[in-house]
Design a protein around this ligand. Structure first.
Ligand SMILES: NC(=O)c1ccc[n+]([C@@H]2O[C@H](COP(=O)([O-])OP(=O)(O)OC[C@H]3O[C@@H](n4cnc5c(N)ncnc54)[C@H](OP(=O)(O)O)[C@@H]3O)[C@@H](O)[C@H]2O)c1
Length: 244
């Protein structure tokens, strides 16, 4: 049975663990060809190998990439195009977090957080736009922001750089939805609260959650699958835990 993403080529950044790895696995199960990107070559390759073994098909490719580096992002998209064709779906998921009281915030931490979380999302989205526009068949971009990056939900001390970066990702989604409209490029974002990953343990170890990476991957699939969300662009889904 063909899956929901049959004949689609997807790039998932930050796919070596957590939400990105769960998304790459789900997309491959749904028949997509998936290009996995993150810095750690070994972990990334292990996930891609595992997906291919499970499917008994070579449908996952690991391309080690630091998304904050323009030349590496360009290479990621060129490799994708040369291997499979123009990208149809981009999941801008890679991110870093550092916990520092604001009075101790150093420039390096601030700049690195922005470089990965905001510049990385910009660079990947720009390459995706270029390929999608050239191919003329539209596409879907899903940006991972956070409840840290929307007005209202409680914020936690020490996360100033992360919070600002995630507001930036939400702004990027808003404007890309506008600029993508003439080309049928749908751009949406997802703002989870606590999800059970390495990032949560580092950023907010005092939070417990029943929300798993697989749960978020299903929401990402909703935005990636044009049959489910064909007319939705510029939306942000906030995911609050319903546990007491
Ligand atoms: N977990 C939560 O509670 C939560 C809540 C709200 C939003 N989010 C968002 O969800 C997304 C995924 O988070 P997660 O919890 O799954 O985090 P995670 O487990 O820490 O995974 C982060 C991923 O990003 C990759 N990465 C980091 N720096 C990179 C870089 N410079 N270039 C390429 N890849 C890079 C990491 O791989 P390498 O180290 O191999 O590069 C890893 O695969 C993030 O955007 C995060 O902000 C998470």
């Amino acid at each position: 049975m063909p899956g929901a993403l049959e004949n689609k080529i997807a790039i998932v950044t930050g796919a070596s663990r957590g939400i990105g790895a769960a998304t790459a696995r789900l997309f491959a199960q749904e028949s997509a060809t998936v290009v996995l990107a993150s810095r750690s070559e070994k972990r990334l390759q292990a996930i891609a190998d595992d997906i291919n073994r499970g499917l008994k098909q070579r449908r996952a490719l690991a391309v080690p990439t630091d998304v904050s580096k323009e030349d590496q992002v360009r290479r990621l998209f060129e490799t994708t195009k040369a291997s499979f064709g123009c990208v149809d779906i981009l999941v801008n998921n890679a991110a870093v977090v550092e916990v520092r009281d604001f009075v101790d915030m150093d420039l390096q931490t601030w700049e690195e957080t922005m470089a990965v979380n905001v510049r990385g999302a910009f660079l990947c989205a720009r390459e995706a736009f270029r390929q999608m526009i050239a191919a003329g068949k539209g596409g879907a971009i899903i940006n991972m922001t956070s409840l840290s990056g929307v007005r209202g939900p409680e914020k936690f001390p020490g996360l100033s750089a992360y919070v600002v970066s995630k507001y930036g990702v939400l702004g990027l989604s808003d404007i890309l939805a506008v600029e993508g409209k003439p080309y049928n490029i749908r751009v949406n974002s997802i703002a989870p609260g606590a999800v059970d990953t390495a990032m949560l343990k580092k950023a907010a170890p005092f939070l417990s959650t029943k929300i798993k990476p697989d749960d978020i991957a299903k929401t990402i699939l909703f935005f990636a699958d044009e049959k489910q969300s064909a007319h939705i662009s510029g939306a942000n889904i906030e995911i609050f835990s319903n546990e007491s």
